[in-house]
Design a protein around this ligand. Structure first.
Ligand code: ADP
Length: 597
């Protein structure tokens, strides 16, 4: 449906172009033809005028011949003059020369020796004779009364003692001129003052009339036998404007008529340019233009189709490229997935390995920690038995006291480990951080005193409520204070442990400071790792700070350790206040993780 109007439009455009080119070419060719016609007219008028002019002086010259008077008066034989005229006529060519007396009878003629000799003939009826015998120069076109050959007559009076006594005449015949015209093959003709065609390159048109003659004209023609009785048939033609000019049609052929007046006579020269070659050229040009336009349209169409094909091919290539990229991507994704899978497996095995390693490390530490007291207990038990057998009761009691301390130590280790094994996040509730601090400070008061350590508590006045397990919070405070007391007790004097609670807008803080010797950088790096200890065997198992870390992390807080500027260590715990969203979320997360583990 879409193609039809497009094709119609193209056809319409081609048609319009063809017609325009035809119109343009026709107009141009017509203009050109008119220009050529003007040139040709000039050429033809020149050729006629030159023919007439070339011989027009001859009658005047003959009239001046010294023998002319004697010849006219017949005092002399005309023979000599006949030859004289013949010689001149031969030299001039295309002309007959003759001399008439005052009665119009031909006395001598250049054609005296021909069968159609003018000698002895009377041409007094001719206007040119009358004009000359009256003293003027006569000109006249007529079909020869004797020869039947048309010609142009120029006459000149012959004077004797100033009076016209005869007439010298030249008859110019146009045979050569017409032969030339016919050879040129161009339709050209000359009409006289009556509109009769007197000369024509187209033979059948000769002596046809272009218009109707008046009665006076017919009578005049009859009188001077101008056309020697030839019937003047009308030339059948159709002209667009009526008059013989512009486009005319003669015998079904179309012509462009141009005309020009001839000098001297009231003759007109008509030149006809055949229109059919002009129109044929225009039609051909129009057709050619149309064809070219069609060709151009076809080529444009082909180009468009080709461009569309190229576009489609490009799109197909692009689509294929995208598909290839997609396939590559998919392959890459698959490879990544595999790699991810492999990584997960590696991670899983690493976790497993780490767990095993941690288990190994833990087992080694536990075995180390437990074996010692167990071996000692075994030795002490044997010694105790021996002392009892020997009745040395008080020594045996000392031994038993040692055994009790050993078992207490074992108990501490197992209770610490128990704390790790407990599920995190359990028993959470709002707890005023000051409460566990006060309780533990009270509990350890005696121990501090025993080591000559001053235990300072600087607690916030208002409750600092955090969300946590109260037992584990006590454990946290207890571990930190025990370490601090131990560290402080190792110093010579000024043994102080200070525990502070405070808060700011976002957090609640627990700070434990001591006057001990502080920690090395290496120690700070490993502080919170399980079983890291710098204490002697029997003094510590390295689980205290690991537990602290676990408890703080479980409550959604942070723990950090540093050396104080003035000596000793500072442990800072920050906890979110109870009800803070971040904390409970983290606690929940921890709970979930713990349950998962
Ligand atoms: P333990 O007390 O059984 O050694 P911890 O985990 O409680 O286990 O402590 C680990 C190590 O951290 C201690 O051995 C000690 O070297 C160091 N440490 C802990 N607290 C302090 C402190 N207040 N001052 C200096 N060092 C400390």
């Amino acid at each position: 449906m879409k193609r039809l109007p497009a094709a119609l439009l193209v056809l319409l455009a081609v048609l319009t172009l063809g017609l325009s080119v035809y119109g343009f070419m026709a107009a141009r060719s017509r203009e050109q033809a008119q220009r050529v016609a003007a040139d040709r007219l000039l050429l033809y008028t020149d050729s006629i005028e030159a023919t007439l002019k070339r011989l027009s002086h001859l009658p005047g010259t003959i009239a001046l011949h010294p023998d002319i008077g004697a010849v006219l008066e017949r005092r002399h034989s005309a023979d000599g003059f006949n030859r004289y005229l013949e010689t001149i006529a031969q030299t001039a060519g295309g002309a007959i020369l003759y001399v008439m007396d005052r009665s119009g009878e031909t006395i001598a003629a250049s054609n005296h020796a021909t069968p159609l000799s003018f000698v002895g003939r009377n041409y007094s009826f001719r206007p040119y004779f009358r004009m000359a015998i009256e003293g003027g120069v006569g000109t006249h076109f007529a079909i020869g009364a004797t020869t039947g050959v048309p010609g142009y007559f120029i006459s000149h009076p012959i004077r004797l003692a100033g009076k016209p006594v005869g007439v010298a005449v030249v008859k110019i015949e146009f045979d050569d001129l017409l032969a030339n015209w016919r050879r040129a093959g161009e339709p050209v003709f000359v009409t006289d003052n009556h509109g009769v065609i007197i000369l024509s390159s187209v033979a059948p048109w000769q002596f046809k009339r272009m218009r109707t003659l008046s009665a006076a004209e017919t009578a005049e023609i009859e009188a001077n036998r101008k056309f020697a009785g030839t019937v003047l048939a009308p030339l059948e033609y159709q002209a667009s404007g009526g008059a013989f000019e512009g486009e005319v049609t003669i015998d079904g052929n179309r012509y462009l008529a141009s005309s020009a007046k001839l000098a001297g006579e009231s003759w007109s020269l008509h030149y006809l340019t055949p229109l059919s070659p002009i129109l044929d050229t225009a039609v051909l040009s129009g057709l050619l233009a149309g064809l070219l336009a069609l060709l151009a349209a076809a080529i444009a169409h082909l180009f468009r189709v080709r461009a569309q094909q190229l576009l489609l091919a490009r799109q197909a290539r692009e689509a294929e490229r995208i598909r290839a990229v997609n396939r590559k991507l998919e392959a890459e994704i698959a490879t990544r997935r595999q790699a991810e899978q492999a990584l997960l497996q590696a991670q899983a095995s690493l976790v497993q390995t780490n767990r095993l390693a941690a288990l190994g490390k833990m087992s080694a530490a536990i075995v180390h920690e437990v074996n010692q007291p167990v071996a000692a207990i075994r030795t002490y038990t044997s010694s105790g038995e021996l002392l009892l057998k020997k009745g040395r009761k008080s020594e045996a009691a000392d031994i038993f006291a040692q055994i009790r301390r050993m078992t207490e130590r074992l108990g501490r280790i197992t209770s610490d480990l128990l704390l790790f094994s407990r599920r995190t996040g359990q028993g959470f509730r709002p707890v005023d951080l000051n409460r566990p601090v006060r309780a533990i400070a009270r509990e350890l008061g005696a121990e501090a005193q025993a080591h000559a350590v001053r235990l300072e508590t600087r607690l916030a006045r208002r409750p600092l409520v955090v969300s946590g397990n109260p037992v584990r919070l006590e454990q946290l405070v207890s571990n930190l204070l025990r370490n601090a007391i131990h560290a402080a007790s190792e110093q010579a004097g000024g043994r102080v442990v200070r525990v502070t609670t405070r808060c700011d807008d976002a957090n609640i803080f627990l700070i434990v400071e001591d006057s001990g010797k502080g920690m090395s950088a290496e120690t700070i790096g490993q502080l919170f790792e399980p079983f890291f200890t710098t204490k002697n065997i029997g003094e510590g198992v390295g689980l205290g700070l690991a537990l602290c870390f676990a408890i703080v992390d479980e409550a959604g807080g942070r723990i950090s350790a540093e050396n104080r500027g003035e000596g000793g260590a500072r442990f800072t715990i920050s906890l979110p206040p109870a009800g803070a969203a971040g904390r409970s979320d983290r606690a929940d997360r921890k709970t979930r993780e713990a349950e998962h583990a």
